[in-house]
Design a protein around this ligand. Structure first.
Ligand SMILES: [Zn+2]
Length: 411
């Protein structure tokens, strides 16, 4: 049930944003109705960068094999989707170049493929006696003899960018004009370079929708791995090296660690044709489930819009895609949602609705339990507002009162 709510809220917001931007150039376009038209597959490392090393193979070989297999399955089973590869051979590209390939192709999903590794583990295999001088005496001490063995760490992990990288993701969205149809038009450039608060709110909301979608896909990928008997180490957030590309791509993005190349058993699996095929299949199935959920949402949204349109006698195609200007001449987001809320914060702390931290907001605060990184968290949302202008006013107030990460969302 939670995910039903997620698709309705998250995607409702996303489509609101999308239509807002699109409508600037083409108010009646329905192209965006197909939620995923381009998927970018990134085989990690390559060329002079081998990535992690196993006893006889390297990460760059495995990631390329699995990326090509995944691409082939996608091309065969989703002919309406364009598959873009960041590399199809043993080639090195700067992560910046990879992100650029994804952004230039207007990718709507970015899947980066990697292998994990850990250092060898040290074990005591025996002891030896060594002598050293202490003054004129010879003293004997016992010293351990060590041997190094491959770590038996195993399993899969799927990462999304850490929330501390949120501002980087937002910058990517801004630089790439997100899903704008005509990204080069002067009007669009003006809109996206505008530092006005409404553009900020829009990008912020879009980024949060992408975050939720990436989290959803990462969970589905790990679920598919579990179904074929792989050990899942979970869907996680990461802030380390190798994750940069996730925040530099202006689309939902995940990084899949297929397994531990440092573990001999997993190295064999990762290098086997059947293992690679199984891994590629799992990722494909997860993408399919993700796309089907998006499709279902899009269809139900279109049906609702169609009936709403028919009810309004004499209304033209702009009836549900209003793109007028406000009194101040600023663009107004289309009224796709009945009401707007301000998401204040997500925290593991529990506050009662009338808690003192919310008192100065002078509005009803609701709490909803959400799961992030396998942790139960509390999401606090302020009010219901009829217009986004009212919500924006409440947002500014909330920010002033210290809710720095607050943003407007549909509810
Ligand atoms: Zn890697």
């Amino acid at each position: 049930m939670r995910w039903n709510r997620f698709w309705i809220l998250g995607l409702g917001t996303l489509f609101t944003c999308t239509f807002f931007i699109q409508a600037k150039n083409n108010p009646v376009s329905r192209k965006q109705d197909k939620p995923i038209r381009t998927i970018v597959i990134d085989a990690g490392h390559g060329g002079e960068d081998p990535g992690a090393k196993g006893s006889y193979s390297t990460e760059k070989q495995v990631t390329l094999e699995v990326a090509l297999k995944l691409g082939k399955i996608l091309e065969e089973n989703m002919p309406d989707v364009k598959v873009v590869y960041t590399r199809k051979s043993d080639r090195f590209d700067d992560p910046r170049k990879k992100a650029q390939i994804a952004n230039d192709n207007k990718g709507e999903l970015f899947v980066s493929i990697h292998c994990n590794s850990t250092g060898k583990i040290r074990k005591v295999t025996g002891y030896k006696t060594v002598y050293h001088k202490k003054g004129r005496r010879k003293v004997a001490t016992r010293q351990a003899i060590y041997a190094y063995y491959p770590s038996n760490a195993k399993g899969t992990e799927t990462y999304i960018w850490a929330t501390s990288k949120n501002s980087a993701k937002m910058e990517s969205l801004k630089q790439n004009s997100v899903i704008v149809l005509d990204a080069n038009s002067e009007e669009t450039k003006q809109l996206m370079n505008d530092s006005d608060p409404e553009t900020f709110i829009l990008l912020n909301t879009l980024r949060n929708a992408y975050f939720d979608q990436s989290l959803r896909l990462s969970t589905l990928i790990e679920d598919e791995f579990t179904r074929v008997g792989r050990i899942s180490r979970g869907a996680r957030q990461r802030n380390e090296k190798g994750i940069w590309v996730l925040s530099a791509t202006a689309m939902p993005s995940v990084l899949v660690e297929l397994g531990f190349i440092s573990n001999p058993e997993e190295e064999d699996y990762l290098n086997s044709n059947s293992g690679q095929q199984e891994l590629a299949n799992c990722i494909y199935k997860a993408i399919k489930r993700y796309r089907d959920e998006l499709d279902r949402f899009t269809n139900s949204r279109n049906n609702t819009q169609q009936s709403a349109k028919e009810e309004r006698t004499g209304s033209g195609p702009h009836a549900y895609l209003k793109t007028g200007k406000s009194r101040k001449g600023k663009p107004v987001a289309p009224q796709q949602s009945d009401s707007y809320c301000v998401q204040l914060l997500v925290t593991d702390k529990f506050y009662k609705p009338g808690a003192s931290i919310f008192r100065k907001l002078h509005g009803a605060v609701t709490r909803e339990q959400v799961v992030m990184n396998k942790k139960k968290m509390n999401k606090y949302t302020l009010g219901r507002f009829r217009s986004d202008e009212q919500a924006s006013t409440a947002l500014r107030k909330a920010r002033k009162l210290g809710f720095k990460d607050a943003f407007v969302t549909s509810c």
